[in-house]
Design a protein around this ligand. Structure first.
Ligand code: 5GP
Ligand code: MN
Length: 328
């Protein structure tokens, strides 16, 4: 698979680099999603199957729904000097800062860095950057690189990658889903993925707190007068009062886009007082990664995000104006 960027730019080259090296630290982004978690798990298992050391470090915890992937139990969440690191591989991170402040503070120039990602807004921060914006999920890239490394795909690796694909493609229904994505999915099923187990864990194992959070979200949804923008607000205190502070379901924002006529859906989630995580979803031609970029974030054309420092009211005013400017 050919890449567009600088350094080692395709799966064959990345595979050779990974095979020639040892002692890897694999990093993902804060508030990790299924693509990030699944890709990390599969790459860790793949490298280990080739006799290499590979540790995964995530600043935030693995969301409950992905913990059925056994490799996630070995993920670390704090930097430790006992990890012998020579090479750092960034997975699904469009910028270095996405790994989180605590992890970023420990990175230094003695490591060789490799960046494997599918965000068009990736700023090519590593020594080697293999970035494929046309690909639906980083999991597709990991599938390709494991193949080029001649790793034997186990059921565990395949299940992890399948979770990544399912989550980043909206169960294979986003426009990023291509015939190649389906071919990768077919390869994963062939390797033994239990689709029933995946579906139950990802979509049919919600906690009561998650249901309360969905109820709160639906209670707080607003549609603009012209019907083209819908947004959900989740204030910190309201989320705290239902015991859902640590829960970040990837599906909540989708209610905005599910409304007929809505072109841009937004989620304003106050993750701590004065820190607002803004999520964007587009239906149609609006490129929300450009809107997110205006407040320091990024992502894809149809799914993007940013972190806004300030009050919820300010975040809403600023962001809704930016969206209106694009729509008019
Ligand atoms: P979500 O709304 O699901 O958190 O994120 C949607 C997309 O936007 C994902 O591809 C994610 O990587 C990206 N994204 C979310 N938050 C941020 C952010 O703060 N900065 C950047 N650069 N991208 C983000
Ligand atoms: Mn992804």
């Amino acid at each position: 698979m050919k890449g567009i960027n600088k350094g080692l730019i395709n799966s064959e080259q990345i595979a050779r680099e990974l095979l020639d090296r040892d002692n890897f630290l694999l990093l993902g982004h804060i508030i990790p999603d299924g693509d990030c978690v699944g890709s990390l798990a599969a790459l860790k298992l793949g490298l280990e199957s080739m006799g290499k050391k590979a540790e995964v470090l995530l600043q935030d915890q693995v969301p409950e729904i992905y913990r059925f992937l056994p490799a996630t139990a070995k993920f670390r969440h704090e930097w430790s000097d006992d990890i012998n690191i020579k090479n750092v591989v960034f997975i699904d991170c469009s910028e270095l800062a996405r790994v989180g402040d605590k992890i970023a503070a420990n990175l230094n120039s003695s490591f060789t860095t490799i960046n494997i990602d599918h965000h068009a807004t990736n700023d090519l921060f590593a020594d080697h950057n293999w970035v494929e914006p046309g690909v639906a999920a980083t999991a597709e890239l990991i599938f390709a690189v494991l193949k080029d490394m001649q790793v034997k795909l186990t059921v565990e690796m395949a299940t992890a990658l399948f979770c990544g694909l399912v989550m980043d493609t909206g169960r294979f229904m986003y426009s990023s889903t291509t015939d190649k994505t389906m071919n990768v999915a077919a390869g994963l099923l062939k390797a033994g993925v239990d689709i029933n187990q995946v579906r139950i864990n990802l979509f049919e194992s919600k906690t009561s707190q998650e249901i309360l959070l969905i109820r709160l979200a639906l209670n707080n949804i607003i549609v603009s007068d012209d019907g083209r923008i819908a947004w959900i607000t989740l204030p910190y205190e309201e989320v705290k009062s239902i015991g859902a502070l640590g829960i970040h379901p990837e599906s909540i924002i989708n209610y905005t886009r599910e409304i007929k006529g809505v072109q841009v859906g937004i989620l304003f989630r106050e993750i701590s007082p004065g820190i607002i995580k803004v999520g964007f979803r587009a239906k149609g031609s609006v490129d929300v990664s450009r809107i997110a970029g205006k407040i320091g974030g990024g992502g894809h054309r149809q799914a993007a995000g940013a972190t806004y420092e300030g009050s919820l009211a300010e975040a809403k005013e600023t962001v809704l104006q930016l969206v209106k400017d694009v729509l008019h």
